[in-house]
Design a protein around this ligand. Structure first.
Ligand code: URA
Length: 280
């Protein structure tokens, strides 16, 4: 059985149990299912151990210098599969796939929504106006000190452009998220920065919007995957394209970036030393 099939069966059994015990909906802990099935191991790779909690990683574990994990997956393999992917209708309208880019052991993984026109034509994430603003936000004149060239990795929830820049639809997100999950497992970022509504809601499996979610630390635990492999601090903030439309969002984004800096200083000594020389 796949983990999705197990999750479906568990949800049904929970519902049946609630019904039999008088219809009262009980709170339950999280399940951590894994796939049983054979197939491409990279597709359903879990990085460590087995069983709920045993394979949790926090970003502190040792990894091979090329970013590979023990199951033989790699960022290159993910990108190659993405380039051939036909799992959803976005493959019929894309020019290029946009797997993501940046360093292979990032302090921060920035996750956006999906490629726009510039990204679709170049095959690179966040290279249009919003991307240029994102680069400026991440550096913030050295006060945040992050960049895709040095210490970040940038990717999206979906790897192909939704036509007309519409939001990705649930079937498109569901088809594409397994690629993102593999990337997160390979990259093991210390922190995830979720840029915008789609990224925050998808990664946190939340129905709340970005205005409610932003500026608060939470942890990416793969809840929606029912996987249990993850435990990475995550902070949502507004998408840079929202800032291009509404300048008043710059102030809350700056607050979020300062929280990011503070947390990174706690988690990474080299970063903390660098930031000690760059007062806010
Ligand atoms: N917006 C996104 O969410 N991602 C990109 O790569 C570009 C624009």
């Amino acid at each position: 059985m796949t983990k999705e099939e197990k999750a479906g069966a568990a949800a049904f059994l929970d519902l049946a149990g609630d019904y039999l015990s008088g219809g009262f909906r009980r709170e339950r802990g999280k399940y951590a299912f894994k796939d049983d099935r054979e197939g491409d191991p990279r597709e359903y790779a879990v990085s460590r151990g087995s069983g709920p909690g045993n394979n949790r990683f926090t970003g502190d574990e040792e990894t091979a210098p090329d970013g590979r994990v023990e199951n033989g997956d790699s960022l290159e393999a993910v990108a190659a599969e993405v380039s051939r992917c036909k799992r959803c209708g976005l493959c019929t309208t894309r020019t290029n796939t946009v797997p993501g880019e940046g360093v292979s052991r990032p302090l921060v993984m920035v996750i956006g929504e999906g490629p726009g026109a510039d990204e679709d034509s170049s095959g690179r994430p966040f290279v249009g106006r919003a991307g240029q603003l994102l680069d400026r936000m991440l550096d913030s004149r050295g006060k945040i000190g992050l960049s895709r060239g040095n210490n970040c990795h940038i990717a999206n929830i979906v790897k192909c452009r939704p036509p007309g820049n519409r939001n990705p639809q649930p079937d498109e997100t569901a088809a594409c998220v397994p690629f993102l999950v593999r990337q997160i497992k390979l990259l093991r970022p210390k922190i995830i920065l979720a840029a915008g509504n789609t990224a925050a809601k998808t990664l946190l499996d939340s129905s709340q919007g970005i205005t409610r979610l932003r500026g608060t630390w939470t942890r990416f635990q793969g809840t929606f995957l029912m996987d249990g492999s993850f435990d990475i601090p995550l902070i949502p903030t507004f998408h840079p394209s929202a800032l291009l439309r509404d300048e008043s969002l710059k102030a809350p984004v700056w607050e979020d970036l300062k929280l990011l800096r503070e947390k990174l200083c706690e988690l990474d000594g080299d970063y903390a030393a660098r930031m000690a020389e760059t007062p806010l």
